[in-house]
Design a protein around this ligand. Structure first.
Ligand code: AMP
Length: 288
């Protein structure tokens, strides 16, 4: 049985009661249109987070979308989502209205500097302010023991870890592995926007990341910029012309690197048709 809560007061009361009974509570924040990758975060909360009770949140947060982005057309399908949550024995769906999260007079923004200056922070101005603010609110509203975020949004995970640490939010932030569909495309609620032929084109993204990863793991002296330049050409020849970024960075600090001597990560955001897709992959040089 999945119970639906809409208000901060109900959420706070429920989590508080569970914790008073000695139960460990995990939160899994999402924007809905739930799929198997979201459910892998629920499993992660149970196995790695040792959670006894799970709260999944669904909130399509207006403040993290830019003016020309897909806020209005973002898929909203609560009934289907509830069915999936029931199947996975999720205890609570917390799905507040926009007016509950941002009542009239709301005036505070959480802004993380440094980590947000590159990648999605550069290509989606203001995006991470919206994310940090809403996630801070969700964590403080529920005060779960832990909260789980996917490495699909690797930079977002780093930003949330930073803000939770800086603001002394007493919630363990757990990262869960990126999940792919059977054909290799990173699972995403936005994949429903892709036509069949766009999806075929999009498959070049994970294939190119895999090629970059293999090249750098086998030849750690290669210059990242050369590998990236070649990969850009491959993507363009395959029909992906609008590359917002394709970048190799330190896996920990997200700083730019010249060669891969420590664990690194390759990041991409690119548009296929009208759909913006992101993906990333670990690069672990043999010497580490
Ligand atoms: P979203 O609903 O897309 O905002 O995602 C909600 C949470 O699910 C975020 O922590 C995402 O990183 C995570 N997530 C979404 N897609 C994936 C995926 N393919 N693999 C791992 N985590 C994911």
């Amino acid at each position: 049985m999945t119970k639906i809560l809409r208000t901060v007061a109900e959420l706070r009361q429920q989590v508080h009661a569970w914790k008073a009974d000695g139960l460990k509570v995990a939160m899994v924040p999402t924007m809905g249109a739930l799929h198997h990758a979201h459910m892998s975060l629920v499993t992660h909360a149970r196995t790695i987070g040792h959670a006894d009770r799970i709260v999944v949140t669904i909130f399509v947060n207006p403040t993290q979308f830019g003016p020309n982005e897909d806020f209005d057309k973002y898929p909203r399908q609560e009934q289907q989502d509830v069915a999936l949550l029931k199947e996975h024995k999720v205890d609570i769906l917390y799905a507040p209205a926009v007016s509950e999260m941002y009542p009239p007079g709301f005036a505070t923004t959480v802004q993380v500097s440094g980590l947000t200056s590159a990648l999605c922070g550069a290509s989606r101005p203001g995006h991470f302010d919206g994310v940090s603010t809403v996630v801070t609110k969700l964590l403080l509203q529920g005060l779960p023991d832990c909260a789980v975020f996917g490495e699909k949004d690797y930079q977002q995970l780093a930003v949330i870890r930073q803000s939770a640490r800086d603001l002394d939010i007493p919630v363990d932030i757990l990262g869960a592995p990126l999940i792919r569909d059977a054909d290799g495309l990173a699972t995403s609620s936005r994949n429903v926007y892709l036509s069949e032929s766009e999806r075929q084109t999009a498959l070049l993204i994970p294939r190119t990341l895999q090629h970059i990863t293999t090249t750098l793991e086998q030849g750690p002296n290669a210059l990242c910029e050369n590998v990236i330049a070649k990969a850009r050409r491959t993507l363009q020849e395959g029909g992906i012309h609008n590359i917002h970024y394709l970048d190799i960075r330190d896996a920990q600090t997200l700083e730019n690197i010249t060669r891969v001597h420590n664990p690194a990560r390759v990041f991409i955001a690119a548009q296929v048709g009208t759909t913006r897709l992101i993906d990333n992959m670990a690069i672990n040089p043999a010497s580490v």
